[in-house]
Design a protein around this ligand. Structure first.
Ligand code: HEM
Length: 159
């Protein structure tokens, strides 16, 4: 039997795995490898080349995750959850998605890239450390959101 909600949930989780898995890989594998293998002046160019390819794929998975997420919210009639702090993980999902969507579709193409290049020319070492810190913060938040959303969606609401 056709089950649109099960399909939406499967697409949602697959998109999140691709997108957040990529962010974790960049944070905990690519950035440390670049730091170890490349001279400070070459690090950002290398990071930029790798991240640019991932940013393209991540635009597709964030869009799919958001579309499937809002579809489930609408079809399952879950909008009232946003008025209940027990469902903090629903707010967290949308908040994290909004940050990435703004970054990938608006900030990066409009001004972030130029700002980043200018800062990198002035202070390559500090800029690389800033990039690493930001990736660690977003990765940590993403893991908390995944734990909260999975536990919450399966009826476990400790907070
Ligand atoms: C526009 C943004 C998003 C919306 C509207 C949304 C919406 C939803 C909805 C409605 C559910 C099903 C809840 C239930 O069954 O009670 C869900 C599940 C889930 N979402 Fe999201 N979500 C969004 C973004 C995210 C993000 C950014 C992540 C991870 C970083 C995420 C991870 C998950 C996980 C892991 C589940 C649990 C799947 C399961 O075990 O059944 N979602 N989401």
């Amino acid at each position: 039997m056709f089950d649109d909600l099960a399909i939406a949930r499967a697409l949602h989780v697959a998109a999140v795995v691709h997108w957040i898995g990529g962010v974790l890989f960049v944070t905990f594998v690519v950035l440390p490898a670049i730091e170890r293998l490349a001279e400070p002046a070459a690090r950002l160019a290398l990071f930029d080349a790798i991240e640019r390819r991932f940013a393209f794929a991540a635009r597709i998975s964030t869009t799919l995750a958001g579309a499937a997420g809002f579809y489930m919210t609408e079809v399952m009639g879950l909008w009232s959850r946003f008025a209940d702090p027990h469902f903090w993980w629903m707010h967290a999902m949308v908040g994290l998605w909004a940050i990435f969507t703004l970054m990938l579709f608006i900030a990066e193409p409009l001004f972030l890239h130029a700002w980043f290049d200018a800062r990198a020319a002035r202070d390559p070492d500090g800029t690389f450390r800033l990039v690493t810190r930001l990736h660690r913060v977003l990765s940590t938040v993403a893991v908390v959101v995944i734990l909260g959303a999975t536990a919450g969606a399966h009826g476990y609401l400790p907070l």
